[in-house]
Design a protein around this ligand. Sequence first.
Ligand code: SAM
Length: 306
Amino acid sequence: MADSQHITVLLNEAVAALVTDPSGFYVDGTFGRGGHSALVMQQLSADGRLLGIDKDLAAIATAKTRFADDARFAIAHGSFAELAQLVAERDMTGKVAGVLLDLGVSSPQLDEAERGFSFMQDGPLDMRMDNSQGETAAEWLLQIEEEALANIIFKYGEERYSRRIAKAIKNAGLIETTGQLAEIVKTAHPKWEKHKHPATRTFQAIRIAINKELEDIDIFLPQAVEVLKPEGRLVVISFHSLEDRLIKQFIQKESSLAEDTGWGLPQVQQDTRRLKKIARIRASEEEVKANPRSRSAWLRVAEKLA
Ligand SMILES: C[S@@+](CC[C@H](N)C(=O)[O-])C[C@H]1O[C@@H](n2cnc3c(N)ncnc32)[C@H](O)[C@@H]1O
């Protein structure tokens, strides 16, 4: 099947925030189809370097053809949660000029029925970003307990009817396709929201869980600070409040003075700050019109302190 296109969100804003030194070493932790990476490459000098990372083998294949002849570029198949190791292997710990994440799924992942992410197209119930390892959504749903599933649908899907939906899913036994799962959720859901498929929240929750999306962000964030050089940039685009909250709280914590422990004794406050907040940007009206997916995007930028 022909590879569908991915429209890069906040392209100019993210790359402008990321690239401060054309000779620097950069990491694009979510290569996707290379939209951000291509603009980074254009801005690098002959000494600049870019390491792309993606969990998805289709993204890796694109990277290999797109930048095959460019010695400034390298690609790694894996998670951005392995950032520290991937950077250490290249002897660049503490020397990285910028790290970019553009979170979530790419349009090709959603559009290709056989990847099993979408309730819009019927395909095998997979949803793995890295389909070379781990459990498919179908396998995962079969083994998870009803209560644990309900909690995940509630927490990651922010779905009020999580208990009923979890019950219906567990009663169904093996669910082999996205179409079957969408139907089960639709039937169990008592109150459909306008302009939203009733399975939207449940699909999001299962996807976040099986790809360990929030865990990976949690593991990544301290590693990003560790690998950056002084004045190096952390640039993250997120698409829903669960992701954005993690980024926001991390930057907040790393850019604020530690709270007094409050045991009554006068204390010398230690300055443990490692980051400085630089910007918080949303997509322009024009971009939202051209690409509705950008409506929910938040771009946060922080800089490592010297
Ligand atoms: C929104 S797309 C990125 C699009 C890219 N910026 C572009 O313009 O083409 C997100 C990509 O991140 C990848 N991804 C998501 N979580 C990941 C993780 N923890 N580690 C590595 N890649 C991840 C997905 O496989 C997907 O290809």
